[in-house]
Design a protein around this ligand. Structure first.
Ligand code: BTN
Length: 250
């Protein structure tokens, strides 16, 4: 166990992906809860099939745990995890004023420093892997979005210890879905773009409307001009508020 971390930590100097390791553990019948943490990843994976550049100096961690069978769990833990990262930074670096971008990116001044990849990695019982990549010492170059980092003065182990504490609290609040209303309200209070203009792109399809909030399955609810609500489950979204923030920080 790493000092200051409530859950056991399996540490690797180098691994393909901590989320893939969680899947292997689930295949072997393990249930967690535990953290899988690596100094670097050779096959770091991100959302939308992207890779996640994983060089030493940043946090690459997966929280692996099991829950009673609940169909919306995987969709909802995404918001639980983003809130926990937000909570962590509000303690360690409050002056950075982090915000959350749907569904689970955490940003500073419009630039992303954290991505979350939640996956169901096993059944009976349901095993969940919440992969968190937090840029601490450096941010990758060449990303399709502006990227930033928390700053080299923070130790990776300090971020992990605080994240463990905050994630434990948020998972307790979520209570396997029974507390999702409170999670959704807390998420909304920290989210970028709520109530403003949003554009969602999926393949060649593009929709523009107003960001009305989160559905119970985590979908972004986009209201078109004539009042129709369209649930957006995946793909790229851009918010007028975020674009304005990025222009301000450019
Ligand atoms: C995103 O694209 O926003 C999600 C990135 C998630 C990266 C983390 S790093 C630890 C874990 N292992 C992986 O391969 N991916 C996640």
């Amino acid at each position: 166990m790493i000092l200051g971390t409530g859950h056991p930590v399996c540490h690797f100097d180098r691994i393909d992906s901590t989320n893939l390791e969680a899947r292997r553990l689930a295949d072997d019948g393990e249930c967690g809860p535990l953290w899988l943490v690596s100094d670097e990843q050779t096959l770091g994976r991100g959302r939308l099939g992207r890779n996640w550049v994983s060089e030493p100096g940043n946090l690459y961690a997966t929280f692996f745990f099991s829950i009673a069978e609940r169909p919306l769990a995987a969709a909802q833990v995404s918001f639980v995890a983003a809130l926990a990262v937000h909570d962590t930074v509000m303690v360690l670096r409050p002056e950075l004023s982090p915000r959350i971008k749907w569904p689970n990116d955490v940003l500073i001044g419009g630039a992303k420093f954290c991505g979350v990849l939640p996956e169901v990695v096993g059944e009976n019982p349901t095993r969940i892997a919440i992969g968190c990549g937090v840029n601490i010492a450096h941010a990758p170059e060449g990303t399709p979005y502006p990227a930033t980092s928390l700053g080299a003065g923070l130790a990776v182990s300090a971020v992990l210890a605080k994240l463990d504490e905050k994630l434990s609290r948020r998972l307790a609040q979520w209570d396997e879905g029974r507390g999702f209303a409170a999670i959704r309200a807390d998420w909304a209070a920290r989210a970028l773009g709520l109530g403003g203009s949003v554009t969602a792109t999926s393949g060649t399809r593009q929709l523009t409307g107003t960001f009305k909030g989160l559905a119970v399955d985590g979908a972004l609810m986009l209201e078109e001009a004539e009042g129709t609500i369209i649930p957006i489950h995946s793909g790229e979204v851009s918010f007028a508020e975020l674009e304005a923030l990025r222009r301000k920080h450019a």
